[in-house]
Design a protein. Structure first.
Lengths: 241, 296, 357
């Protein structure tokens, strides 16, 4: 499934970003090819979310460059979204007072027309039938798992070329986590380009093509997931066993 | 209390309630979507009233043109507010925006009020956009002007509700209010939303100014009284809560009308304030508001 | 975790040494002023400016240091003035005796306002305090009921639209005759100095530290047991005492007090003073007062443009220099110091090089 021959959809070169006087990311480079599933793992507070937020423009880039399909992007989040980056943020960040359907429609905010919106809605409802049942429910009243699905569904509605998914397992019961990863696996199988961040490398063992280990704002190891899981000393040092 | 006194209090209360609702919604919309308390809203209201006066009295154009003039001036005011003040303040530290924009609009508001004073003078003027006459329905005396005000406000409220709930632009405004970062991720240009909201609320302020001056008189501090009332209604409802704001506007206006009848005009506002403070001690984030969340 | 030093939060005051130096210079200027100013008009304006500086310093203590956006500042000032005037008027007290209960009254009033408002945050506080101030104004202006008869003239309890006049004075006329204004100047300047001293003490006290903590990291401060409501209420009360005291002396100095000081443009002037000088800077209100009183004198020529100009000045200065003149000056000093340090470091880096060769 790797697409080494194709030019990367997303390419990060030495990116630095952070908040206030603090640099969180200290020069990160990585590529995501078309149809590839890339995962960044690392302990909490070491910049995983900041990485995705920097790509989507929520956190301003301080140095380095980000290119999508070979063109450098420097911009505000709404322009990055226009370039086909669909960010499913940590904690879902749904619009709490809107119905599920309205949340999904917000995902398709930049969609070119009604026909296209309906097509994407069908697609999302097929993949996540629960959302179809709950379409008129207010987002803040959904359960945690349903909320996560709505977040992913909203990201899919953006029709983006690349999906950025931030810790989809966060705060969910094991059974629900399995369901959510099932959906992500289907998306990957269907050829979607995915960059996902996760605390636990075991969850993406069978999914990810490539894995990067993030520590204190820098990538310290890269390779296939199975290799990392085999290296106990790395797991112990960086992920606390 | 005889029936016709009760009726006239009700009519007066509902009319002022409609006006307060219009003023409150304009304020609350801006607060809810961008966390900006527009202290210049009163001056924009006054500008609308005077614009209608100029267009229909001084230029002699038909009444509808005067009305349109008020809306246009309000919208221009709103867009200038965005371009000259808000856009520049947004560039600074986000945490200081809330208080800085309040101080800046306080300054703009007083400058505008003073500009109107310099242009038109301080003497009260008669708003030409008022309709004389009264509709008699049995014991009920309904001045045409009050009917027009109530109907206009109902139509405007329906328009705003449709705009916010049924259009792409309205959804983007609500999305920005509920979660600004997420809205940006969906491709919403929040600065454009801010601009739209300020223009919209400017237009509403213009209409409100015409309405208020049609039952009182035009004077430079015209907008201050409805604005002060609108402020405390926003506080009662929880800032940014539009349906709550409308309910609070009618409720408090009726209460005010009754107190003014029972205890004299000067006790109207102090009593309202007392009620508001009592409500806030009981529920610190407003009667209908949930803590710390602002939304539309 | 970081490879960059976290910039030290800006201290609200200068270093203790700088503050002391500024104080000494200011006291020297204050003592020298009466010898250089002949004009009675100018002296009168200076006294007025000192009142403005006092009110502004207290508003700055509330807004700049404690995060309380109160628009009731002039109402509290007026409360002190009215209370003093009414005690003198109705009970025939000497003003010197009346200012203290007047200030205590203002403090009690502000604590009541604070209890009602300070549980709320940000704009809610602003809206409620504005509403309270406006209510006070309206109740005074619309007061038409006769309370007592003075000769054949009906007097309202609150003085109504006219207010109170000739209820007493500071006694400087009897003591200093023609130089009474200098005497009043000395009194008001002393009041200002004492107010500033207390303000400084509050900023440096544990309460001041608590507020800085609340500003830097509210969550952490609350977790460490900082109670925002109690701390704000305390500062609100203390500042009201000084504001009310200033109100009492204001009434005594002018021998009159009326509802005019509750007008929006007066409040605006105080806000403008703090914004132009520098919100949250210790010397800001004084700098702002000097600048704005001078600008006001210049605009007096322009007559009706005065209020208009003030409004524009407020809006422009918050956009162009959100930290005010003092903040700008501080930036400048830090910038030049940094440059100086950088140059110094470069020299250090260069000097060992030849030795190594």
């Amino acid at each position: 499934m790797t697409a080494a021959t194709l030019p990367p959809v997303l390419s990060l070169k030495n990116i630095v970003s952070g908040y206030g006087g603090l640099d969180i990311l200290k020069g990160i480079s990585l590529d995501v090819g078309a149809g590839e599933f890339v995962t960044v793992v690392g302990p909490n507070g070491h910049g995983k979310s900041t990485l995705l937020k920097t790509i989507s423009g929520l956190v301003p880039l301080r140095a380095g460059s980000i290119s999508i399909d070979g063109t450098e992007v420097t911009g505000k989040p709404h322009t990055v979204a226009g370039l086909g980056v669909a960010h499913v943020p940590q904690g879902d960040m749904l619009f709490p007072e809107m119905s599920v359907l309205e949340n999904l429609l917000m995902g398709a905010y930049l969609a070119p027309g009604k026909a296209e919106i309906d097509r994407r809605l069908d697609e999302v409802y097929t993949l996540l039938p629960k959302l179809s049942d709950r379409r008129h429910q207010i987002a803040s009243t959904l359960s945690g798992g349903e909320r996560r699905m709505a977040g992913i569904g909203r990201g899919l509605m953006m029709g983006g070329r690349i999906l950025l998914i931030d810790e989809p397992s966060l705060g969910l019961a094991p059974l629900i986590i399995e369901q959510i990863y099932g959906v992500i696996a289907e998306l990957s199988k269907a050829g979607r380009t995915i960059l996902l961040v996760e605390e636990n490398p075991a969850r993406v063992e069978d999914l990810a093509d490539k894995l990067h280990l993030l520590d204190d704002g820098a990538i310290v190891w890269s390779g296939p997931p199975a290799d990392l899981l085999a290296r106990e000393e790395l797991l112990a040092t960086y992920l606390g066993g | 209390m005889t029936l016709d006194i009760l009726m006239s209090i009700l009519v007066a209360g509902i009319t002022t309630g409609a006006l307060y609702a219009l003023a409150t919604v304009g304020l609350s919309l801006v607060w809810g979507s961008m966390g900006m308390l527009n202290m210049a809203h009163a001056a924009m209201l006054t500008m609308g009233g005077y614009a209608a006066f100029t267009v229909s009295s001084a230029l002699g154009l038909p009444v509808i043109a005067g009305f349109a003039g008020a809306i246009v001036i309000g919208m221009i005011g709103g867009s200038l507010l965005y371009m000259l003040i808000v856009r520049n303040l947004l560039k600074n530290d986000k945490s200081t925006f809330e208080s800085n924009v309040m101080i800046a609009t306080v300054g703009i508001g007083i400058a505008l009020e003073n500009a109107i004073l310099m242009i038109y003078g301080g003497q009260p003027l008669k708003q030409p956009l008022s309709i004389p006459g009264t509709l008699m329905l049995g014991p009920l005396a309904l001045p045409y002007q009050n009917i027009v005000i109530i109907l206009t406000v109902v139509v405007l409220m329906a328009f705003i509700a449709l705009l916010l709930n049924r259009t792409r632009m309205g959804r983007a405004i609500r999305a920005t209010a509920q979660n600004r970062d997420a809205a940006q991720l969906m491709g919403v240009a929040v600065n454009r939303v801010y601009f739209q909201v300020l223009v919209l609320s400017g237009g509403l302020a213009g209409i409100c100014g015409v309405m208020v001056s049609s039952i009182t008189q035009l004077s430079p501090p015209l907008g201050n009284d409805p604005m002060l009332k609108a402020f405390i209604m926003c506080v009662v409802a929880g800032l940014g809560n539009l349906p709550g704001a409308v309910a609070a506007a009618f409720g408090l206006a009726l209460l005010e009308a009754f107190i003014q009848y029972a205890a004299g005009a000067r006790w109207g506002f102090p009593s309202l304030l007392f009620v508001v403070i009592a409500v806030l001690i009981w529920r610190p984030s407003g009667l209908f508001g949930r803590a710390q969340i602002r939304r539309l | 975790m970081s490879n960059q030093p976290v910039s030290r939060p800006n201290s609200p005051t200068g270093s203790a040494k700088t503050d002391l130096a500024i104080t000494v210079v200011l006291i020297a200027i204050a003592i020298a002023l009466p010898f250089f100013v002949d004009s009675r008009y100018v002296m009168g304006q200076i006294v007025l400016a000192l009142f403005y500086a006092t009110i502004a310093s207290q508003w700055n203590l509330l807004f700049g240091f404690s995060g309380i956006f109160s628009l009731a500042q002039m109402a509290i000032f007026a409360f002190g003035g009215y209370a003093t005037a009414m005690i003198c008027f109705y009970f025939g007290w000497n003003v010197w005796a009346a200012v203290v209960p007047g200030a205590v009254g203002a403090m009690i009033f502000s604590l009541a306002v604070g209890l009602a408002c300070l549980r709320l945050t940000g704009v809610y506080v602003a809206l409620l305090t504005l509403a309270i101030a406006q209510t006070m104004y309206q109740l005074i202006v619309t007061d038409t009921e006769c309370f007592t008869m003075v000769g054949s003239i009906c007097r309202q309890f609150t003085g109504g639209a006219v207010g109170f006049a000739r209820f007493g004075e500071l006694g400087t006329r009897a003591l200093l005759k023609g130089q009474w204004l200098v005497g009043n100047y000395a009194i008001v300047a002393t009041l200002f100095a004492i107010t500033m001293l207390f303000t400084y003490a509050i900023i440096k006290s544990p309460i001041g530290l608590a507020f800085r903590a609340l500003k830097d990291n509210p969550g952490y401060a609350v977790a460490r047991g900082v109670n925002r409501f109690q701390a704000q209420l305390l500062v609100f009360g203390i500042s009201a005492f000084f504001t009310g005291l200033a109100g009492g002396f204001y009434a005594a100095h002018f021998q009159a007090i009326g509802p005019g000081i509750l007008s929006m443009s007066q409040l605006m002037f105080i806000i403008a003073v703090v914004v132009v000088g520098g919100v949250g800077t210790f010397w800001g209100p004084l700098v702002g007062t000097v600048i704005l009183v001078a600008a006001d004198e210049l605009m007096r020529e322009a007559g009706e443009f005065r209020t208009f100009g003030l409004g524009i000045i407020i809006a422009l200065s918050i956009i162009l220099m959100p930290k005010g003149l003092v903040g700008r000056l501080g930036d400048l000093v830090r910038w030049s110091r940094k440059r100086g340090q950088a140059a110094h470091r470069e020299k250090l880096a260069e000097s060992p090089a030849p030795a190594g060769e």
